[in-house]
Design a protein around this ligand. Structure first.
Ligand code: XMP
Length: 321
């Protein structure tokens, strides 16, 4: 594996865009290509590059996997609609929830989301589309982390030496493989994507399932989704790298209305980091933490405990799954 890095300082976004559009055009020829859009900066840039190269011969799907944040599918589709790019919203919530049922082990949870996504939902869409090319937003850091064996990523079959043609029946094009996240953000801006996309905080592939300790049930997803919305609203003014709400598996004794209440625990994490390889908790003002706690206790049903993580990565990781 020999990938030539284009460093962010040497990256010329307009030239990069022109080169990648040309490469996609010549690879796909007169055929069709497909891609899955998550709304993250990588898949958003890939969608724009593919659209520039192929117009409506690119089929872009947003797959609602039941693990997204509040109104996320609709918001992402609307952003692209504004740019003239049609994105088809696929409701696969039941299929993902069925696959996650009863699973508590973190790696098995990741595996269930990945397999449901590729083998079943997206695989089916790709096979049905008649396209032979799949555009994917793998970046150089994904390759590095997979090679280092730190955490399994979902988008690196080719780098792992698995022939994607054989594994899933299609050919993968990875236009971002030579650049890193800050480079992708520069390209996103040059493509005219809005700040909500190019400045977007990272969000993991397994989505809210990565923020539930234990089984990701519909009820627990609803809890962590609400807590996430509150956390993102309350912390949106901080320059932190990433912030999140986590739902614990263990319940604890609390009291509500003068009675004992065995309730849920929410943990808040807010990270300072350059590239997610190392991170430390932000020294949030006490008032900010108090507001967060007050809102979560009042607005997320059944929560009796709110904590703030003060451990660094390493040995912690940023997500809990
Ligand atoms: P960890 O938890 O490994 O996270 O310290 C480091 C950064 O990566 C994000 N993350 C993911 N991103 N797919 C992604 O695209 C994933 O499966 C995934 N898992 C973790 C995490 O949010 C953090 O920014």
């Amino acid at each position: 594996m020999n990938i030539r890095e284009i460093t962010t300082s040497s990256l010329d976004p307009q030239r990069f865009i022109a080169d990648q559009v040309q490469k996609i055009s010549s690879a796909v020829g007169s055929g069709l290509a497909v891609n899955a859009l998550s709304g993250g900066v990588d898949s958003s840039v890939v969608t724009m590059l593919g659209y520039k190269a192929l117009g409506d011969r690119l089929k872009t799907y947003f797959i609602d996997n039941a693990l997204m944040r509040e109104n996320e599918p609709q918001k992402v589709v609307a952003v692209f609609q504004q740019l003239g790019v049609h994105v088809e919203l696929i409701d696969a919530r039941d299929e993902f929830l069925r696959a996650l049922k009863g699973i508590t082990d973190p790696e098995q949870k990741r595996e269930a989301v990945t397999q449901t996504f590729y083998k079943h939902v997206f695989g089916r869409l790709v096979r049905g589309s008649g396209a032979r090319h799949l555009l994917q937003g793998t970046i150089l850091t994904d390759v590095d982390e997979t090679v280092a064996g730190i955490k399994r990523q979902h988008n690196v079959f080719e780098q792992l030496g698995i022939d994607p043609q054989e594994a899933f029946g299609y050919q993968i094009l990875e236009p971002l493989i030579q650049i890193r996240k800050d480079g992708v953000r520069k390209v996103a801006q040059a493509l005219g994507l809005p700040e909500s996309i190019y400045g977007r905080m990272p969000f993991p592939g397994p989505a809210l399932a990565a923020r539930i300790i234990g089984e990701a049930t519909p009820a627990k997803l609803a809890l962590v989704r609400r807590a996430t919305a509150i956390t993102e609203a309350e912390l949106s003014g901080t320059p932190a790298f990433q912030y999140m709400a986590i739902l614990h598996e263990d319940r604890v004794t609390g009291m509500r209305g003068g009675r004992r209440d065995f309730g849920f625990q929410i943990e808040i994490r807010c990270w300072e980091s350059i590239d997610a390889r190392e991170a430390r908790p932000t020294r949030l003002p006490w008032e900010t933490l108090e507001n967060l706690s007050r809102r979560i206790l009042a607005e997320v049903p059944g929560v009796v405990s709110v904590t703030y993580n003060i451990a660094t990565k390493p040995p912690s990781t940023m997500e809990v799954v």
